[in-house]
Design a binder for this molecule. Structure first.
Ligand SMILES: O=c1ccn([C@@H]2O[C@H](COP(=O)(O)O)[C@@H](O)[C@H]2O)c(=O)[nH]1
Length: 278
């Protein structure tokens, strides 16, 4: 089955359900506060509860692979299950695995997350371009072939990111701006939205010196636990705010395990986002 390009599927999901992306980040501290053991069983209960609570309403889910990988192969099996659960509930999966390597190894990462036959096949994958944007080519190619997308780390939400991403190249352009320019090229001519997005933190303040017009989605982590709020989005993203997919993980997850409380929290964030971007 040929999938419609990720950008088109994402735009439709954002129009129908709103742009909010909720993270599935089973931190040990969250498992504890939910009264769950820090085990594979706790991990599975946590992830399934998030999807049970929010799967019918939220457009995009972002499982953080690290929290599953820490349990080894059984944790990865839970991650596979979460991908299937989100899909069955009609949501899109952005796998936050931040892969990046030389091209030949990148091809294997791409097979893992962007090949239709893989149990970890995701609608989109976060990738790191810091071995050079060109090293991502196998992932770009496979995503295109399979109707998937990528989110490339351009301007990350953490303060440490600046030493790499704000660094100036010989031509005077910053590294982060260069990544955005590469993505604009990937997305040229795509309608209604390209499939190759950037990760741009909601914590970064005014980004008007950057051209965020990449004709692709902007995944914006940093809302909630990292201090940004939905009301910050227009000031950070300007006119590009209509392509922003705001991510909240701990800000919602801390309300579990009560399904109604999780739902209320996600709805509150979704309402605040709607009001901010209107
Ligand atoms: O620049 C980045 C890129 C990715 N992340 C990830 O997003 C979530 C944020 O979680 P919160 O609990 O809402 O802070 C997490 O999975 C990060 O690894 C990011 O924060 N910043």
């Amino acid at each position: 089955m040929t999938l419609e390009p990720f950008g088109a599927r994402l735009r439709r999901a954002m129009d129908e359900r709103g742009p909010l992306c909720v993270g599935i980040d089973p931190h040990a501290a969250l498992l504890e506060s939910w009264g769950l053991p820090d085990t594979v069983e706790g991990l599975e209960r946590f992830s399934r509860t998030v999807v049970e609570a929010l799967g019918g309403n939220v457009a995009v889910f972002k499982p953080q692979s690290a929290f599953f990988e820490r349990f080894g192969s059984r944790g990865v099996a839970v991650l596979e299950r979460s991908v299937a659960d989100v899909r069955a509930a009609g949501g899109l999966v952005v796998m936050d695995a931040k892969r990046g390597d030389i091209g030949s190894t990148m091809a294997a990462y791409a097979e893992t997350f962007l090949s239709k036959d893989s149990p970890l096949f995701s609608d989109a994958l976060t990738v790191s371009p810091y071995l050079g944007y060109g090293s991502l080519k196998p992932a770009v190619d496979l995503a295109r072939e399979n109707g998937a997308g990528l989110f490339v780390l351009a301007l990350t939400s953490n303060p440490e990111g600046a030493e790499v991403q704000h660094a100036l190249r010989a031509d005077g352009r910053s590294v982060g701006a260069t990544m955005l320019a590469h993505l604009a090229e990937e997305n040229a001519g795509a309608e209604p939205l390209g499939s190759f997005g950037a990760v741009v933190g909601a914590t970064l303040g005014d980004l008007s010196s950057y051209d965020l017009n990449i004709n692709g989605p902007l995944l914006a982590p940093g809302i909630g636990a990292q201090g940004a709020t939905p009301a910050d989005l227009p000031g950070v993203f300007g006119a590009a705010v209509r392509n922003v997919v705001p991510n909240v993980s701990r800000g919602v997850l801390r309300h579990g395990p009560d399904v109604a409380a999780l739902r209320d929290s996600a709805e509150r964030f979704a309402d605040e986002v709607r009001a901010a971007v209107a």
